[in-house]
Design a protein around this ligand. Structure first.
Ligand SMILES: Cc1ncc(C[n+]2csc(CCOP(=O)(O)OP(=O)(O)O)c2C)c(N)n1
Ligand SMILES: [Mg+2]
Length: 624
């Protein structure tokens, strides 16, 4: 039996009938479709979505985004909240609509989060070429702007003929649902092919379940890992995002309790173990806590679980300073498990931790070593308390805003952030109580992720309050999805932190000898020729109100706390606005990040920074 549908209609019908299943729980794989229509998809995918809705046949709920990059971010926020078991599709018109998604694709792939991208493409027949927005590469008519998705996609295909669709769809679903391979999946859809009819075998549209595996470690690899761990005197766990996606928090806690090994976390892994668990030692690496970093420096064995060991996690390969340090890497992706010449333990985080707990029976670190972690932690806690309640004047410190939010939030509430000075402050200071509470996108650290990602997180779990933290720079880059939130009546709490520019890059600039050059949003001063004149007459709170959000302006931490309560009580998207001092003090992570400083310079500030850089660089090492 066959059924006659256009390529776009077949695509939508297929996507609506895909499911994932893990641990006996089954859910739709493609939960909905974000989109922005143009001539590339208005007659193809748009018609198919409309028809599916009107007939009630294989509906795929459509959400109109305001920016294509943002809709990919929202999809990532969604899929991350759903532990990669569900994803969104994104349809875009050809040309700029499609290429706007490339940044989102890179973000998804780097964070290992599934998203299905459906950029439109120029005519496969070339009947009207060059169509509006077609690239026209004189070397080859086969090239389109969508080729630029290739390096940032885990699967890429162009559907030049209807017959190619079934195999492309199966490959796309496989990659989306494979925890080791997942990321952005791109199916470029020429606009004429979208509208072309074909007779499809009807079993293409049978409900299909993609079983998300929990691969167990190979026994020999497990033995190798156990041998190294049994010999460890000062081991440390680095818990990454993989622990959370695998829902391995309990397995991690049981492993830590059985062995007494301290658990540090990465940006993606924070919350895997509640902050106040006796084995929790806080964030590790360049923006981590001095507790985890002291233990990392001394560690003889590092057990990385579900981590990709970014430069922030390893402090650019200076965090682990013991000359004989060895790595055991439990990861579902062999690529990550093999890093730092570690013992590769390719497995699902939960299955792997359970196997390790059993195989390591009887092993426990020395009491003295446990006591050392607890002692460091006891000294660190008052430092956090102080940062939370600094009483900085006249403007509050950002750490006070984060502290007030941390103290205000319920266990199940979610905080969303991505770029600027906040991810660092958060990784060091945030006290996460639930595996889904801390949602900081720090694989791509993309300014503009915050509001869009928050929208996706809220769509994924409407029962949780979502608190988006966004700096003025990120806000200016992409506040667009406030409008989507308003039109969909999706309630977000947005904390807008105004510090007149780039607090983060300002202090980084200072540390590399570049004197905060070009990092504040100020008038150009005619006397200096630099952007260090007066404060601009820019009112981001008024901007947010103009986009349809309720806005609460606050000046003090007391007002801020009251506004948070008001925002939570409301059912409308609310922006809580507060101005902070970008120069307020922040505790030190006692760590380092490799940002190369000019080797030669006419500026004294740069020369000084270079000397410090060379000294720090000496402690960097290859883990071989
Ligand atoms: C899209 C993008 N462009 C540039 C950067 C580099 N960058 C990192 S943080 C930052 C400034 C962020 O400003 P803001 O949101 O106000 O946060 P603040 O640093 O003031 O905390 C910049 C430009 C980035 N991460 N993402
Ligand atoms: Mg700022």
């Amino acid at each position: 039996m066959t059924v006659r549908l256009t390529v776009a209609q077949a695509l939508v019908r297929f996507l609506a009938r895909q499911y994932t299943e893990r641990d006996g729980q089954r859910q739709r794989l493609i939960a909905g479709c974000f989109g922005i229509f143009g001539h590339g998809n208005v007659a193809g995918v748009a018609q198919a979505l409309l028809q599916a809705h009107e007939t009630g046949e294989a509906d795929l709920k459509y959400y109109l985004a305001r920016n294509e990059q943002a809709m990919v971010h929202a999809s990532v926020g969604f899929a991350r909240m759903r532990n990669r078991l569900q994803a969104f599709a994104c349809t875009a018109s050809i040309g700029p609509g499609s290429t706007n998604m490339i940044t989102g694709a890179a973000l998804a792939t780097i964070n290992r989060i599934p998203v299905l991208l459906l950029p439109s493409d120029f005519f496969a027949t070339r009947a009207a070429s060059p169509v509006l927005q077609e690239l026209e590469d004189p070397r080859s008519y086969d090239v389109s702007v969508n080729d630029a998705f290739k390096p940032v996609s885990r699967y890429w295909d162009r559907i030049g003929r209807p017959e190619q669709l079934p195999s492309a769809l199966l490959a796309a679903m496989r990659v989306l649902t494979d925890p080791a391979e997942t990321g952005a999946v791109t199916l470029a859809l020429p606009q004429d092919v979208q509208a072309e009819a074909h007779d499809w075998p009807d079993n293409l549209f049978a409900e299909r379940t993609w079983f998300v595996p929990r691969p167990r470690p190979e026994p020999a690899a497990l033995n190798r890992a156990v041998e190294v761990l049994r010999g460890a005197r000062r081991p440390l766990i680095v818990a990454g995002g993989g622990v959370i996606y695998s829902e391995a928090g309990d397995a991690l806690r049981r492993f830590a309790e059985a062995t007494g090994i301290g658990v540090s976390d990465t940006q993606a892994g924070k919350g895997a173990l509640a902050w106040d668990h006796p084995c929790a030692v806080g964030g590790v690496g360049a923006t981590g806590s001095p507790v985890a970093n002291a233990l990392a420096r001394e560690a003889d064995v590092v057990l990385g679980v579900g981590t990709r060991y970014s430069d922030f996690t390893t402090a650019s390969r200076t965090a682990f300073a013991d000359p004989g340090v060895r790595f055991v890497n439990l990861n579902v992706a062999a690529f990550d498990a093999g890093k730092h010449a570690g013992i590769s333990l390719v497995a699902d985080a939960r299955a792997g931790l359970e196997a390790l707990t059993q195989a390591l029976g009887g092993y426990h670190v020395d009491e003295a070593y446990t006591a050392r972690g607890q002692e460091l932690e006891a000294r660190w806690r008052p430092v956090v308390e102080q940062a939370y309640h600094l009483g900085h004047q006249p403007l509050p410190a950002q750490t006070e805003v984060l502290g007030a939010l941390n103290e205000f939030m319920d266990t199940r509430d979610v905080v969303v952030q991505a770029a600027g000075s906040m991810p660092g402050d958060l990784q060091m200071l945030w006290r996460a109580r639930d595996p889904k509470q801390y949602h900081v996108e720090y694989g791509y650290s993309c300014m503009g992720y915050e509001i869009a990602g928050g929208l996706g997180a809220k769509l994924a779990d409407p029962g949780r309050e979502v608190f988006v933290l966004v700096g003025d720079g990120s806000y200016l880059m992409m506040a667009t999805e406030i409008v989507t939130a308003v039109s969909e009546r999706i309630k977000l709490n947005i904390v807008l932190v105004q510090n007149q520019g780039f607090g983060s890059i300002g202090s980084l600039s200072e540390s590399v000898g570049s004197q905060r050059f070009g990092t504040s949003y100020r008038y150009r001063d005619p006397a200096t020729g630099m952007l260090d004149g007066g404060v601009l007459p820019v009112d981001l709170a008024a901007n947010a109100a103009s986009l349809g959000a309720d806005v609460l302006r606050t000046r003090t931490i007391g007002e801020f706390r009251a506004a948070l309560a008001q925002s939570r009580a409301s059912d409308r998207t609310t922006v809580v606005y507060i101005e902070t001092d970008p120069l307020a003090p922040v505790p030190s992570s006692e760590s380092w990040w490799d940002v190369p400083v000019s080797e030669t310079s006419a500026l004294e500030s740069t020369q000084k920074a270079r000397a410090a850089y060379e000294a720090a660089k000496r402690s960097q090492r290859m883990y071989l």
